[in-house]
Design a protein around this ligand. Structure first.
Ligand SMILES: [Zn+2]
Length: 324
């Protein structure tokens, strides 16, 4: 039955009706807040390209963890920035390393907060690559060993979920084996399964001091034009034992997220990355866009496309506005 019998606008009359037929609802439960942890004491310093985002020293994390919990955000993902970097990323699996101490601090301040750790080498290597470098090659298999060791050290420190972000082949299987053989068979793996070599990571690299010293990450991160390949990456990670899959970045890759939603039954996460956040903040600062509204719209779009979890720097603001 077509117009004039059918009128789609009937269900848009007034907020109550719109509320009743709304298909997607963003909730605080969907949010994961990234936190950057640095060495030192009493540090809480802003990241220039990400207004509203701070880097904390371990001793300042307890207050922030409680604040995040009180806002109703269920989880944080931790990124450590060590004082010392070397070729093999020794800090990544140091039992007394920056992220390991941060995990312990957050868990003791707010035990009910789910602590996810980003598992990679790039913050810890002097060359800034996500693996072991020989000549100008990023070597896969030696990198996987180091990455699995880092994941185990995070689990030992008390992490609730480990999230490998390096994009080396076989790292999920290696982490699963390492965790299982060390008594951590209950720790889930959130795999950055479809992580693209994206220009949208710029501000993060300032925050995490992890820009590669030479070359780029295109030999291990995915090529942005590829869509089918993302499903293949995700399928491989599931076969290796991943419990949750992640697509990164989020907004420019909603097609990939929607494909994954149709294809897989596991929970899906999307990383609303630093560049996506920085663009919103910059436009809002200039008065060119309604920042809070545009941010909510972006996150709802990510959820509508299929994400169960959204990693976003806007989590605190959004949680405060969403309320209970
Ligand atoms: Zn990395």
């Amino acid at each position: 039955m077509a117009f004039p019998t059918t009128r789609a606008r009937r269900l848009r009359r007034g907020e109550t009706l719109r509320r009743m037929v709304r298909e997607t609802r963003l909730s605080r439960d969907d949010l994961v807040l990234p936190l950057f942890v640095v060495e030192g004491r009493g540090v809480r310093e802003g990241v220039r390209s990400m207004p509203g985002v701070d880097r904390f020293s371990v001793d300042r994390l307890a207050d922030e963890a409680k604040h995040v919990r009180d806002l109703g955000i269920p989880a944080v993902i931790l990124f450590g920035i060590p004082a010392h970097k070397d070729a093999r990323g020794s800090g990544a699996d140091d039992p007394n390393g920056i992220v390991q101490r941060a995990v312990a601090a957050v868990k003791s301040a707010a035990p009910e907060l789910c602590v996810v750790t980003d598992v990679c080498l790039c913050e810890y290597t002097d060359h800034g690559h996500c693996g072991i470098v020989e000549g100008d090659e990023i070597r896969n298999d030696p990198s996987v060993e180091r990455i699995a060791a880092a994941a185990l050290s995070h689990a030992r420190a008390g992490a609730d979920i480990v999230a490998p972000s390096d994009m080396m082949d076989g790292r999920v299987a290696a982490i699963r084996r390492m965790l299982d053989s060390s008594g951590f068979d209950e720790i889930p793996i959130l795999s950055y399964a479809a992580k693209y070599a994206s220009a949208y990571y710029g501000p993060f690299r300032e925050a995490a001091e992890s820009a590669p010293a030479f070359g780029d990450r295109r030999s291990y991160q995915m090529d942005p034009p590829n869509r089918r390949e993302a499903l293949r990456e995700m399928r491989l990670d599931l076969e290796e034992g991943a419990d949750l899959l992640l697509v990164k970045p989020a907004l420019p890759y909603l097609d990939v997220l929607a494909d994954a939603r149709r294809e897989f039954d596991v929970p899906l996460a999307a990383y609303h990355v630093s560049g996506e956040y920085a663009m919103l903040m910059a436009a809002a600062e200039r008065g060119w866009i309604d920042g809070p509204r545009a941010t909510l719209e972006a996150l709802v779009a990510i959820k509508r496309a299929g994400a169960d979890l959204i990693l976003t720097y806007a989590a605190k603001d959004v949680a405060a506005r969403l309320g209970a």
